[in-house]
Ligand binder design. Structure first.
Ligand code: PSU
Ligand code: MN
Length: 297
């Protein structure tokens, strides 16, 4: 049911480092045509770090770990690509549809293909407001042993509640050279990580211990956005406030909320949040490649 590309399979068989990448950020999280450029750039960053990229997605009902360049292009340009969390994977498979995988669904497929390291932008979490909109990313992070490299959770979310949700789910939250949980567009949230790691070897040691103890949850490696590209916390907060009011005014619900807010925040910051988003995605792909290399025998 899950097809691993020959290039990815040969890297795995040879014990060489592989980094999984998600496709929802391409299909639904970034505007065209930037999304395709970023999809390719992330693969290049992984290769530059000496690892093999494995972009994950569903093409015509087939779950793939390691999309070809033409398939990455299809994710970024085709109309009607579904946004799939883990629960939605059977729908795309049964109907023969194209689907982009969120953090949760990417983890599900990458894990089963034997890829332990995954780079993304920000994880889903608890949305602000009283709607009890909680991303299924949190559930998946609690039950799938992987190293997920991210810039924390997007500040469009309720960050204190998301941080608590990670704890309840049993996720080990590790700060990459920081003691603070990053806030995606800016490096600081005022919330703590569980442990700090300075360099890939320290991450690898934590991962090995976690595996030896057979703890099911994720090691969530939280990397602050590159300082030159980070946005001022007050400025981004104001932009998010305006974006949230627009979402409420337009009655946006369910899986549309995250893509809508990402778009609205980019508009409200005159495109600057988009540059931050791209910079941290690339940075996370580089960090993930270094961690995958440290795990390779
Ligand atoms: N982070 C980004 N851009 C994105 C997402 C995260 O920088 O597009 C996506 C991820 O795929 C994540 C999803 O899993 O948003 C969360 O969506 P939801 O809140 O509907 O669970
Ligand atoms: Mn949601």
């Amino acid at each position: 049911m899950i097809r691993t590309s020959p290039e990815v399979q040969s890297a795995l068989d040879g014990g060489r480092p592989v980094v999984a990448l998600e496709s929802t950020v391409l299909a639904h999280g970034l505007p065209r045509p930037r999304n395709l450029e970023v999809g390719r750039a992330l693969e290049d960053e992984v290769r530059g770090g000496g690892a093999t990229p494995a972009t994950v997605g569903i093409i015509a009902g087939e779950a793939k770990v390691g999309l070809s360049d033409a398939e990455v292009e299809r994710m970024a340009t085709a109309d009607g690509v579904l946004k799939l969390s883990t629960r939605d994977l059977p729908v795309a498979v049964a109907r023969g549809s194209d689907g982009a995988t969120t953090v949760a669904a990417t983890m599900w497929l990458a894990r089963r293909a034997g890829v332990p390291v995954f780079a993304t932008g920000g994880i889903g979490g608890v949305h602000r407001g009283e709607a009890h909109d909680v991303s299924a990313d949190l559930t998946e992070l609690g039950r799938t042993p992987m190293i997920v490299v991210c810039a924390g959770a997007k500040s469009i979310l309720d960050l204190p509640a998301t941080r608590e949700g990670l704890e309840t789910a049993g996720v080990l939250v590790v700060g990459w050279g920081t003691d603070e949980f990053p806030a995606f567009y800016s490096p600081r949230s005022g919330l703590p990580v569980d442990v700090r790691a300075d360099g890939p070897e320290e991450v690898a040691a934590l991962w090995r211990a976690q595996r030896e103890l057979a703890i099911p949850g994720t090691l969530l490696l939280c990397v602050p956005p590159p300082p030159e590209q980070a946005l001022d916390a007050a400025e981004i907060d104001a932009a998010i406030g305006r974006a949230l009011r627009r979402a409420e005014g337009e009655g946006v619900r369910g899986k549309e909320v995250t893509p809508f807010l990402l778009r609205a925040v980019a508009e409200e910051t005159g495109g600057r949040s988009l540059e931050t988003n791209v910079a941290l995605l690339r940075n996370n792909a580089r960090v993930a490649a270094s961690v995958a290399a440290a795990l390779a025998p």
